[in-house]
Ligand binder design. Structure first.
Ligand SMILES: Cc1cc2nc3c(=O)[nH]c(=O)nc-3n(C[C@H](O)[C@H](O)[C@H](O)COP(=O)(O)O)c2cc1C
Length: 335
């Protein structure tokens, strides 16, 4: 397989590098260069891929699982779902049809999905072509958002990206719900940052430079997070950013299983990309789902009974973040 120049980051992907004359596996491998640009919790990139002649197995990499923050592996599967969605969008862009089987081998605990690809496929109506362009410009935006409301037509457009059966997207600008979510965020920060194992885990991933800071700053941030309880400062910051957002959103599922979590990841990534095109920023807020007592409270804020909250985030307008967070090179995630 082609070796990549370490000075060229995975974000500098060029669609004209697609190996049109290459072997089928080479072409499918190229699609994965879009999959690895997906968001993931703490930027752990907890995915691996096995490429065949006409299919790709999408696997979870449990060596990169956040055992403390994500004990039930919900975020692990959502992250992998985000990568799967980028893969399918890229496949459609390059003319493939596809068929996805979720958890196709129950005994294989690593295998989240198998995507089969056929040439000359029809693009899906809910994956508009522009989503492909947005893959390499999407970013998580943690800034304070402007007061500007999001037009109803744009919210409807985002809503229409959620087509998976049994998966629900709720978006709200209700100030009372925002206040309740804010209370939960403050509580969540207090609980998590008083736990040294949580701080150590977060510190480890920050220290890897994966959240986008230069090496020295990452190491200093790792020490601060690991050894100081910064919950008050963090809660104040998180409260400010949450309250600034014109819209809060929750993705939930009728069934609380791995397949739903992968699908939630797919919808989340689709929403992120559609939002990117509209100039709307997105920022996940996971702490309220990482603590079981708070998760129960979150489900009470969702206007549909009998669903399981899977992912929460805010939407709004802000200046772009400075740069992209780093990604591992493709050859590191191929098995
Ligand atoms: C399942 C999931 C949970 C996340 N939770 C949070 C979170 O609680 N707080 C946060 O600031 N970012 C969160 N993120 C965003 C990631 O930190 C971000 O995707 C990663 O650092 C890569 O950066 P990028 O999205 O700008 O490419 C989450 C992302 C995913 C997919």
């Amino acid at each position: 397989m082609k070796k990549y120049d370490p000075m060229v980051t995975p974000w500098q992907i060029k669609e004209y590098d697609f190996p049109r004359e290459g072997a089928p596996t080479e072409k499918l491998q190229f699609l994965l260069r879009y999959a690895i640009l997906a968001p993931s919790s703490h930027n752990t990139q907890p995915w691996k891929f096995s490429v065949g002649e006409d299919e790709i197995q999408v696997l979870v990499d449990r060596t990169r699982w956040l055992k403390v923050a994500d004990p039930d592996q919900r975020e692990l599967y959502i992250s992998v779902g985000c990568a799967l969605e980028n893969l399918l969008i890229a496949a459609e862009h390059f003319g493939y049809g596809h068929q996805v089987a979720y958890l196709p081998e129950p005994a294989n605990e690593e295998l989240a999905a198998t995507a089969k690809f056929m040439p000359h496929g029809e693009p899906s109506p809910f994956r508009e072509p522009a989503l492909f362009e947005a893959i390499s410009s999407r970013q998580t935006n943690r800034k304070i958002y402007e007061e500007r409301p999001i037009p109803q037509s744009d919210l409807q457009h985002l809503q229409n990206r959620c087509v998976e059966e049994g998966i629900w997207l709720h978006m709200t600008d209700d100030i009372e719900i925002k206040r309740k979510a804010d209370e939960l965020i403050i509580l969540g920060d207090a609980i998590q940052f008083s736990d040294p194992t949580f701080r150590e885990e977060l510190g480890y991933w920050i220290g890897q430079g994966l959240l986008g800071s230069p090496w020295l700053m990452s190491k200093m941030a790792q020490l601060t997070v690991t050894y100081k309880n910064i919950s008050k400062g963090q809660a104040k910051k998180d409260s400010e950013v949450l309250m600034s957002a014109p819209v809060l959103a929750a993705l939930s599922s009728e069934v609380n299983n791995r397949e739903s979590q992968v699908k939630v990841g797919q919808v989340f990534e689709r929403v992120c990309l559609a939002a990117t095109i509209l100039g709307i920023r997105v920022h996940p807020l996971s702490q309220i789902l990482e603590i079981p007592e708070l998760k129960v409270e979150v489900s009470k804020l969702i206007p549909k009974s009998d669903v399981f909250p899977q992912h929460t985030f805010r939407l709004g307008y802000a200046e772009q973040e400075k740069g992209h967070t780093p990604r591992r090179q493709l050859d590191e995630v191929l098995v």
